[in-house]
Design a protein around this ligand. Structure first.
Ligand code: GLU
Length: 421
């Protein structure tokens, strides 16, 4: 059975373009440059065979989109999900361009995806799928050209297979071909926790600036994958009250707070959140409109839409997912005075530590975790400052400010490089 977070059919790429157009309208950009940055540079579609364990061959479709490469090699994750479409990958690639530019990484943006339900495959099938998809991607990826990473439905083991397939093809080991790898083959300490940790760092920055730094806070988190679970754990360790978490099948709620380490153990044993002792089972729709102070949508796109934005009770939304809020919902929430810390800032912790991993691999010199966390904090807080200053200067919301900051950096670089030929 395919379960999804929402039945909403909003198109993520339309949303990404609408956000872009909104930001550009507030800027004084050369219109040729504005038009250039609106387009994905390259789009790759591949249909490829995978042998199932019973001997059957099944065809799969995968994508890789390089949105923009003005600032450097393109960077972005690979997603395995039945909801993958070319438009979704385009949107996610465009958001990677702005995310990398906003946090000042020397990268452009890319994204990949395969239309597949990874939970419906054995490890051996997933390995064959990953290796074949990687071999089809060889002309498009390299440490200097395009560096994949994990996203929904993929993780360190997927990255290990990609690294091995690429390395076997070229004839020597190339750890810098992917980030988010296991530590024992060149992964970085702290990468696994980085996105969730970054979400909480951004939430704390926002709370500080609102004079709420030491107030008790109730947090609801949609999504219990890499981002949601690590955000929940870090928030819990810092003493915040996490009242609800959910995965694709639904969530659990206790208004007095959940014991997150115990929830993680329950999830590991039962492979679901449902029926956690002392908590009520709730749906994803209910989670988004729970009475709470901060909402962390950390699952996927198009979760907060014009349908439910009016009912959101949180005073602050920190976007762990990419594109969880539609532009229509943005309008409703901004109108209602809900502060939104946008995805390209809030979830940039992942790609920031991916950058550290790539640097460590290239130098073959590895950092301790304290150094990783110190540099992560420094870069995120600086990006937060830049965004807040832009918002203040142009009297715009944080999403528009983040997009404007990023778009301006890519535009300046493009202007310096010039159009070829
Ligand atoms: N997939 C993650 C994102 O959406 C990480 C990308 C990366 O580390 O390259 O930001």
């Amino acid at each position: 059975m395919v379960v999804s977070y929402t039945h909403d059919v909003a198109n993520a790429y339309q949303n990404a373009l609408a956000q872009y157009d909104r930001a550009v309208r507030k800027m004084n950009l050369d219109e040729n440059i504005a038009e250039y940055m609106r387009w994905p540079r390259r789009e790759f579609t591949v249909n490829f065979p995978v042998r199932r364990d019973d001997g059957r061959i099944e065809m799969f479709t995968g994508y890789r989109v390089h949105h923009n490469t003005v600032l450097g090699p393109s960077k972005g994750g690979i997603r395995y999900s039945t909801a993958v479409t070319l438009d979704e990958v385009r949107a996610l690639a465009m958001w990677m361009t702005w995310k990398c530019a906003l946090v000042n990484l020397p990268y452009g943006g890319a994204k990949g995806g395969v239309i597949v339900e990874p939970k419906g495959m054995s490890q051996a099938e997933l390995e064959r799928l990953t290796r074949r998809y990687t071999s089809e991607l060889i002309p498009l990826i390299s440490p200097q050209m395009d560096i994949p990473a994990p996203d929904m439905g993929t993780g360190p083991q997927t990255m290990a297979w990609i690294m091995d397939t690429y390395s076997m093809t070229v004839g020597y080991s190339v750890p810098a071909i992917v980030t988010g790898k296991p530590i024992n083959i060149g992964g970085s300490l702290g990468r696994n926790e980085a996105t969730g940790r970054g979400v909480i760092i951004c939430m704390i920055e926002a709370l500080k600036r609102q004079g709420l730094a030491n107030k008790p806070m109730k947090i609801a988190i949609q999504g219990f994958g890499n981002v949601g679970s690590n955000a929940a754990l870090y928030a819990y360790e810092l003493g915040f009250t996490v009242i609800a978490v959910s995965d694709v099948n639904g969530g659990i709620y206790n208004e007095n707070g959940l014991d997150i380490p115990a929830v993680l153990q329950h999830y590991k044993t039962n492979r679901k959140l449902e029926n956690f002792p002392g908590a009520d089972n709730i749906s994803n729709e209910e989670l988004l409109v729970l009475p709470c102070d901060v909402l962390l949508p950390s699952a996927m796109e198009n979760q907060i839409t014009e349908r439910n934005a009016g009912q959101v009770k949180a005073k602050m939304i920190v976007e762990g997912a990419n594109g969880p809020t539609t532009t229509e919902a943005d309008d409703i929430l901004n109108e209602r005075g809900v502060l939104i810390i946008p995805d390209i800032l809030a979830n940039a912790g992942g790609v920031i530590v991916s950058y550290f991993e790539w640097v460590q691999d290239i130098q073959s010199f590895f950092w301790d975790v304290e150094e990783v966390y110190r540099q992560l904090q420094r870069i995120l807080v600086k990006a937060y400052d830049n965004t807040a200053a832009m918002a203040e200067k142009h009297k715009v919301d944080m999403r528009t400010a983040a997009q404007m900051t990023a778009i301006q950096r890519v535009a300046d670089a493009l202007n310096t490089r010039g159009f070829y030929p």
